[in-house]
Design a binder for this molecule. Structure first.
Ligand code: NAD
Ligand code: MN
Length: 497
């Protein structure tokens, strides 16, 4: 990306916002007429009013989605035809890259350069991947014998509800909707109230790409109202959720208290990163350990927030980490020179700072620790490191969801694995060692949906992403995510053999 700070600023000034709900192929106000403000956390400025959808709007969106599903305008199109639309959508996302990158950056504070080189190309790539995949997935014929033909097919579920968080607004909307749409479902998406703008634009682009009206609907609003209405809806067949563990549990309750819809929670994490002294390139390990906690302001579900370092190299490694923290100071998210952006909002910033303040008394603060302002404004937190954190300290147990790293020494492989696994979460883990047997042995023993060896946050469209334990059990990405959005259906045919 070769745009300058000034380029991004002038593009941001010219940017238009669409804050209405997107239902049945059109932008509409909430039934109540109410709106809430979309705020830029880097400046505190209001970007635009956004439709405050509630149960009445969710009803309209679900009804539109159901009509579209029933009449087959998308659900009964050949996979090859669905593919063509999803590939066009991928191209439109690429064609509107700067706008989409700005929407996410302005709405939730991430670096616009990260959005432009990561989030937006990623969204295009995932729509492309599912588009390309969907006409290559075959079903089964059971080995019955003559006189019987039993087809075992994956069929779309109907109306998929998706509720997403604010940390990767466009990508979370994409991770849910690309696979659900590829499989032939209709979707009603409730983006996080902190960052609804890119999902609304995505739905508009999808119609431009040829997605029939009513197949992808977006209802911005709050969790208690719009989110809960979707979770409790009697005509929603599946609820794909990404967000906190507490709210993931709520969606399972909603399903049990309503229509037994399938619920796929992908929730929080407190991912361990294990550095063994037999890791040859400790500088690379430190670079990636810093990336693993400071990327996206630490607002990453799989953030490597617990760093376990073998005691013999700990002091030297802490020095490397301090240097990297000092080089990762936040700045204006629109400035390509900034190393970190703004925290999503005031409430999240205050929550992070409560952990930091408590940690000053219980652990050894070695880097950062301050909330700062850029040009006198905004929600910014310095990259922060605590050393010698006790294993049972909240710093080492709770998901902080900010740029705060806890370092904990270990003396043996067994001890490192035991501490790493002693968590209610199990989303991701990393291991650094050049001993192949140790890499495999430790990976085998770690309870995590993804274990990265000699890297952090390994992720691709080809491999499933999701957790174990209270990180939930839904899987995004890969062909396996199609399983969430389809049911197995048997059709048994008798014939004269
Ligand atoms: P959150 O759980 O507060 O909100 C997520 C979504 O749920 C939002 O759209 C919100 O409006 C909605 N919601 C909130 N309360 C609700 C309620 N009572 N009923 C129905 N819906 C409700 O999470 P957040 O703060 O937006 O996001 C941060 C969390 O997301 C972190 O825990 C993070 O680990 C997790 N996350 C997980 C993954 C993953 O793939 N496992 C990816 C990104 C983020
Ligand atoms: Mn916002």
């Amino acid at each position: 990306m070769d745009l300058t700070h000034q380029d991004w600023k002038s593009r941001a000034e010219k940017l238009g916002f669409r804050g209405q709900a997107f239902i049945d192929g059109r932008f509409v106000d909430a039934v109540s007429g109410r709106t809430f403000d979309s705020v830029n956390p880097a400046t505190g400025a209001v970007l635009t009013p956004v439709a405050e959808c509630d149960a009445a709007d969710v009803d309209r969106a679900v009804a539109a989605a159901r009509r579209a599903f029933e009449d087959g305008r998308w659900s009964r199109r050949a996979p090859g035809e669905r593919k063509a639309v999803l590939l066009r959508l991928a191209e439109l996302i690429r064609a509107n890259l700067e706008e989409l990158a700005l929407l996410d950056s302005l709405d939730m504070g991430k670096l616009v350069t990260d959005a432009a080189t990561g989030d937006v190309p990623g969204a295009a790539a995932f729509f492309q991947w599912y588009g390309e995949a969907i006409d290559k997935v075959f079903d089964e014929v059971a080995p019955t014998g003559p006189g019987d033909l039993a087809l075992v097919r994956r069929v779309p579920l109907g109306v998929v509800g998706a509720v997403t968080p604010w940390n990767f607004p466009l990508d979370m909307a994409t991770w849910k909707s690309a696979a659900a749409l590829a499989a032939g479902n209709s979707v009603v998406l409730k983006p996080a109230e902190q960052s609804p703008l890119s999902a609304l634009r995505l739905a508009e682009l999808a119609v431009e790409a040829g997605l029939p009206e009513g197949v992808l609907n977006v209802v911005p609003g709050f969790g208690q109202t719009a989110g809960q209405a979707l979770g409790r809806h009697m005509d929603v067949d599946c609820l794909a959720f990404t967000g906190s563990t507490a709210i993931g549990k709520k969606f399972m309750e909603y399903a049990g208290q309503s229509n037994l819809k399938q619920v796929w929670p992908e929730t929080g994490g407190k991912s361990p990163n294990l550095i063994f002294s037999d890791c040859e390139n400790l500088d690379a390990a430190a670079d990636m350990a810093a990336f693993g906690i400071f990327f996206n302001q630490g607002e990453v579900c799989s953030a490597n927030s617990r760093l376990y370092v073998e005691r013999s190299i700990k002091e030297a490694f802490v020095e490397k980490m301090i240097a990297r923290a000092e080089a990762t100071q936040p700045g204006d998210p629109l400035d390509p020179g900034s190393k970190m952006g703004a925290i999503v909002d005031e409430a999240q910033t205050e929550g992070i700072m409560r952990f930091v303040e408590a940690g000053r008394d219980t652990a050894n603060l070695v880097a950062g620790g301050e909330r700062i302002h850029i040009d006198g404004k905004g929600c910014f937190v310095q990259p922060t490191i605590f050393d010698d954190v006790a294993h049972d300290d909240p710093l080492a147990r709770d998901e902080i969801f900010g740029p705060v790293l806890s370092i904990i020494p270990f003396d043996s492989e067994d001890e490192a694995v035991a501490m790493a696994n002693d968590s209610v979460y199990g989303l991701a883990a990393s291991v650094w060692t050049d001993n192949l047997s140790r890499a495999l042995r430790v990976s085998d023993r770690l309870f995590a949906g993804t274990v990265s060896v000699n890297t952090v946050d390994a992720l691709s469209a080809m491999t499933p992403f999701g957790g174990m334990k209270q990180s939930g059990f839904g899987r995004d990405l890969s062909l396996h995510s199609l399983e969430k959005y389809t049911a197995l259906k048997t059709t048994w045919i008798k014939y004269k053999a």
